[in-house]
Design a protein around this ligand. Structure first.
Ligand SMILES: [Zn+2]
Length: 583
């Protein structure tokens, strides 16, 4: 291999002479950038060009070399760290790099948020184009030579870094090493597919038309199989994606977890079926969007969400997103005028996600540590507030007087009526409307189907039929159309294949967190008094503040002093529903 080392700070003549001499350029070489590009494109021997220093001309020259390297695989570029760069300078560069990435991600998130909230329907392609450019820039910035060398330099000097800096370097290098396995054009193509698929999914769902969405979903699944093959050729593709959403998760673990849930939840549901059913009349009727919007604001106050930093909007499918840093978090909900509980619990659920994001230590803002550590831990927080707090008797009793003020329709009903209504256990069609008990069954259907499609056992075009069959088998319900069936969730269009199990996992983590919290916090009393501060503080201290500093398993061990145990969740369900249904 031919090698040359140049300093971009040298004068123009010297750089060209050095290149010409070391790389045996032809004698007619013109010593300008066009000539340089031409001769480099013609090189047929492996060549390494190492550069250091900088100047205005040097930057242009480096760009010409990079262009040639894109054309000619034989050319490799190495950007050398200045020999005299101190560890402190490298750290400064690390923070500056993360601030820049945060800015790009901020812009991307605002575009997605706009697309989901107020953007007119026909503007998807326009946004997709911009998002593709932005994601290209993010890719280049995160995987570029200069970034890799900086991170590798820091990795090599890890004993001089603080714990948080070590984790930043680890997470960024892990991401880069993975991204480098995905060809750049494929990466941009995927971002574009996600954006388009999301747009098509919205329309397909509106029209209950799976055929319209099918080609996009086929592309999505095959893309995800391909990415898994690039990133982890020795791993089962679905195992790879499960692990991406929850470090360490696999089909084997999911199979065990779901079989525990199935063995304990299914008999419980069967026993409930034999008993007198509870009424949910109190939460059904007509509740205007204005009333529900007012109620949502009240719920955000009860949860102590800081409205200077957390906003709410309406979307087809509720979600939470962080724009830039944890000082700007948005949640969304959908108001169903025929039911009061649906939006109520989506606000509390998304509010739980928002509390987690907003509770990250301020020192992590503008770094990769800003944000929740995994989908499972995230769902443990959202479902903690939704179910363990929001669906508890003391919570409903506490908020009931305010509910009566906002909704005079509740005249004649008691807090106990509402408590029973929001805990009515009845298998239904829609995951996001499912009660706490039957929810896991909805997840099992999705898990089984994803697993089978990824394994090539089920074709994407057959998903509606398989979906309907499994809903009958698991939940005993008939699916009347694709809108209320296979098209109901946004996850697959958003490229979140492998995400669903983290919902059920989150519920189970949450049960363990609750049990631990009760050792030091009088949870019932706090809820009864409408004072969630000690509860929030416990979560902040044990979970939120760390952001991504620790892996999910470390958070569990640090906080609980024990590993994951699905039976704690099942015990909680048994106790709660036995009381409600007199089992
Ligand atoms: Zn969630």
């Amino acid at each position: 291999m031919k090698k040359v080392k140049i300093n971009l700070g040298w004068d123009k003549e010297k750089i060209h002479c050095e290149l010409a001499q070391k790389l045996d350029f032809p004698s007619y070489y013109g010593k300008n950038l066009d000539a340089l590009y031409d001769v480099l494109c013609d090189i047929c021997e492996d060549t390494l060009i190492a550069v250091e220093g900088q100047s205005d001309y040097g930057t242009k020259l480096l760009a010409a070399v990079e262009d040639a390297a894109e054309e000619n695989d034989r050319i490799k570029i190495e950007i050398l760290q200045e020999d005299n760069m101190t560890i402190n300078e490298a750290k400064e560069k690390l923070y500056a790099l993360q601030a820049k990435l945060t800015a790009y991600n901020h812009a991307t998130a605002v575009l997605y948020f706009d697309g989901a909230t107020t953007a007119p329907k026909g503007t998807g392609a326009n946004r997709a184009q911009t998002l593709a450019v932005l994601s290209g820039e993010i890719y280049k910035l995160s995987t570029g030579q200069e970034t890799v060398q900086l991170l590798e330099y820091l990795e090599a000097n890890r004993e001089q870094l603080e714990e948080k800096e070590n984790r930043m370097v680890y997470l960024m290098l892990k991401g880069i090493r993975q991204m480098q396995k995905i060809p750049f054009d494929k990466y941009v193509e995927l971002q574009q597919l996600i954006s388009e698929a999301d747009d098509v999914w919205h329309r397909a769902k509106d029209e209950s038309n799976f055929e319209m969405f099918c080609p996009y979903l086929e592309k999505m699944f095959s893309f995800y199989k391909q990415i898994a093959a690039w990133c982890a050729p020795d791993k089962d593709p679905y195992d790879y994606w499960l692990g991406e959403f929850e470090e360490g998760l696999s089909k084997a673990k999911c199979d065990r977890f779901f079989s525990t849930l199935r063995s304990r939840i299914v008999p419980l549901i069967a026993k409930i079926k034999e008993k007198q059913q509870v009424s949910d009349d109190s939460v059904n009727g007509y509740f205007s969007e204005e009333q529900q919007a007012q109620f949502a604001q009240y719920l955000m106050d009860v949860m102590r969400l800081d409205k200077n930093h957390c906003g709410i909007a309406t979307t087809e499918h509720p979600f939470t997103t962080t724009l830039g840093t944890h000082s700007d978090v948005r949640i969304t909900t959908k108001y169903h005028t025929d039911n009061l509980a649906r939006s109520m619990y989506s606000v509390i659920h998304e509010g739980g996600h928002a509390l987690y994001e907003m509770g990250v230590a301020d020192e992590f803002a503008y770094t990769v540590l800003d944000g929740g550590v995994s989908m499972g831990i995230h769902e443990s927080q959202s479902r903690f507030y939704e179910n363990y707090i929001g669906r508890s008797r003391s919570f409903v009793e506490y908020i009931f007087p305010e509910m009566q003020k906002i909704f005079p329709q509740l005249e004649g009903y008691t807090a106990e009526d509402v408590y029973k209504a929001v805990n009515k256990a009845e298998p239904g069609l829609i995951r996001i409307f499912a009660d706490e008990l039957t929810y896991a069954l909805h997840i099992m259907v999705r898990y089984e189907l994803e697993k089978r499609v990824m394994a090539g056992e089920v074709e994407v075009k057959d998903l509606p039929e398989q979906w309907n069959k499994m809903y009958k088998e698991y939940l005993g319900v008939d699916v009347p159309n694709d809108k209320d069936g296979v098209l109901q969730d946004s996850h697959w269009s958003g490229g979140n294949i492998g995400y669903f199990p983290s919902y059920a996992l989150g519920s189970a983590y949450g049960a363990q967190f609750l049990r631990k919290m009760k050792e030091t916090v009088d949870v019932e009393k706090c809820i009864a008094e409408g004072n969630l501060a000690p509860i929030n503080e416990w979560n902040r201290e044990h979970i939120w503040q760390y952001g991504q500093l620790y892996a999910p398993s470390q958070i569990l061990e640090k906080t609980l002093g024990e590993s994951f145990d699905a039976d704690v969740f099942c015990d909680y369900l048994e106790e709660k529903f036995s009381e409600i249904y007199n089992l």
